[in-house]
Design a protein around this ligand. Sequence first.
Ligand SMILES: *Cc1c(COP(=O)(O)O)cnc(C)c1O
Length: 227
Amino acid sequence: MVNVEDNFKAIQHKIQEACQRVNRIQDEVTIIAVTKYVSIERAQQAIAAGVHNLGENRLEGFLTKFESIANQANWHFIGTLQSRKVKDLIDNVSYIHSLDRKSLAKEINKRANRKVPCFVQVNVSGEDSKHGLPPEEVVSFVENLSSYANIEVVGLMTMAPHSEDQSYVRAIFSELRNVKEEIEAKKWGHAPCHYLSMGMSNDFEIAIEEGATHIRIGSKLVGHEYD
Ligand SMILES: *Cc1c(COP(=O)(O)O)cnc(C)c1O
């Protein structure tokens, strides 16, 4: 039986230790509970345990959970987003983590009636299976978003490859941080870019050591359904 509260405490403890190792403040790290594998009930257990942020990677799961949990959480969309689906979630989403192309930015800008905080997704590892912009295209992509009044680039997001090689995973996160710092230094009004959305169940401690501000945890927090 999965005990979400125990899992949450264990993760908080690991976050604390990772922060101490690199002299960071624990409050800088936001835990997003990724509920894509689990039921509404399990997501509600996360809320009851003290989680304030939920993440879904598909529209259907997002809307189902939102219907019953709504304003008890901030809502993060972390999956590939088709432009035609933007209108269905835009009013309810707090952060979009998967901005990776101009056509999507254009659609978000058109459908939103407020500034939407977005992370630009970067494919640091270059794996074909991963979405996101190649690192060398990110700065000019972000610069060109300045004409979209309803988009605020709050940070960058990446997924590291599944790898036993911790130094390789670390290098991926570190590269994302370098690009983030480059954009942050420009002080563009539309792109404060203070945040790094990186780190999942298997690599969040490394991500925190490399500067993650938003970690996205599914399996190790809410488990998979029916286990
Ligand atoms: C599923 C998913 C996660 C969480 O994965 P776990 O390994 O179960 O923690 C994080 N980020 C994204 C984009 C995901 O799709």
